[in-house]
Design a protein around this ligand. Structure first.
Ligand code: SER
Length: 352
């Protein structure tokens, strides 16, 4: 079976071809749908648990409000569309997941396996591999203590994969599920078809968007600090000033997802790729915020439990495989992120 980016409608089929996006109303979904539309995609089918914003809905050929764990909904999709590419973005983030770990598991793992199965059925029925693009997370890591974190520096994909959060465990396991479906799915079946799923995954660091705020993550202190300053609100940062993890701006995150999706399969030496752009401490983020918003009121009031989660994430990741294999390059380092992207866009947003 061969991978195909734009799968044409197959002869005699009454089903339309589609790129399926789950969690479409989230932060990544917003940016991704716009970028896909700008790139000419007119067959975007989106699912989210909530009604999408009208401006995003207008860019989709069809939207569904519903739960990705709803087998009937997925079944209806299968009947209506020939899905050739899936961006599976729906998930409960790390902080939220700790309040309802079992629900998080159901959504994050149950939702993913349901979609992998749907993708495999789709591939069988239309005879082409389905690309399955999955954002994993820095939360897949778990460094044991701060001394190890400082010593480890930039960690590779296979180091320290002992996550401490349900979300991190879910993401790490879904990376394995993706590999299983891509390479070993139904390996003992007599009628096995190989290469049904073309699974591709990035581990996102903290993401910072000028347009949206995350909901329920633990890297949220960075975007919250910036948006609060722009709104003229004070902000009490829930981690220490010396807390350090990598970040990426949303436009760079979207470019990376699309570069991975469009890469020649032969060039991809692995299925899971680290991504990172800059690794500021929370104190350095505050300094940048104060440079651009001199009246910003930022204090540090660490929350012990959320601090422990961020402390278990590496201070930087080695993303050389992504740079080599699919040409990942970020537009924004920390200074450029503020100067060229965040500050102008956020100012415009809150002055409206
Ligand atoms: N931003 C996510 C979170 O904080 C990590 O991937 O949960």
């Amino acid at each position: 079976m061969t991978a195909s980016h734009r799968a044409p409608r197959s002869a005699g089929s009454s089903r339309s071809s589609a790129i399926l996006i789950t969690g479409a109303g989230g932060e990544v979904g917003h940016g991704l749908i716009r970028a896909l539309w700008d790139g000419g995609a007119r067959d975007i089918v989106a699912i989210d648990i909530r009604e999408l914003d009208p401006d995003i809905r207008a860019l989709c050929s069809k939207t569904f409000v519903g739960d990705i764990c709803d087998a009937m909904l997925l079944g209806r999709l299968l009947a209506m569309y020939e899905v050739y590419e899936i961006f599976h973005l729906a998930a409960l983030l790390s902080t939220r997941s700790e309040f309802t770990p079992e629900t998080a598991h159901e959504v994050n793992v149950g939702g993913t396996i349901g979609l992998l199965r749907l993708a495999a059925e789709q591939a069988r029925s239309h005879g082409k591999s389905v690309k399955f693009i999955f954002p994993s997370s820095i939360a897949a890591y778990g460094v044991p203590d701060l001394a190890t974190k400082a010593r480890a520096g930039r960690v590779r994909e296979e180091q320290f994969v002992e996550p401490t959060t349900m979300y991190g465990c879910n993401k790490l396991y879904c990376e394995h599920l993706g590999r299983y479906y891509a390479k070993h799915y139904r390996q003992l079946a007599k009628d096995r078809v190989a290469d049904l799923i073309d699974f591709r995954c990035v581990r996102f660091p903290g993401l910072i968007s000028a347009d949206t705020l995350p909901s329920g993550g633990t890297s949220d202190y960075a975007p919250e600090m910036i948006h609060a300053a722009a709104k003229g609100e004070s902000y009490a940062c829930f981690v220490r000033a010396d807390t350090k993890i990598p970040f990426l701006t949303m436009p760079d995150a979207i470019d990376a997802l699309l570069a991975l999706a469009h890469a020649d399969k032969e060039r991809l030496s692995r299925q899971v790729y680290n991504l990172s752009a800059f690794s500021p401490t929370a104190g350095e983020i505050a300094t940048l915020v104060r440079t651009h918003f001199p009246s910003a009121q930022i204090t540090f009031r660490p929350d012990e439990q959320r601090q422990a989660i961020v402390d278990s994430w590496p201070e930087d990741v080695d993303d050389s495989a992504a740079r080599r294999d699919f040409g990942f390059v970020q537009k924004h380092d920390a200074a450029a992120a503020f100067r060229d992207y965040l500050v102008p866009a956020i100012r415009a947003r809150y002055s409206r």
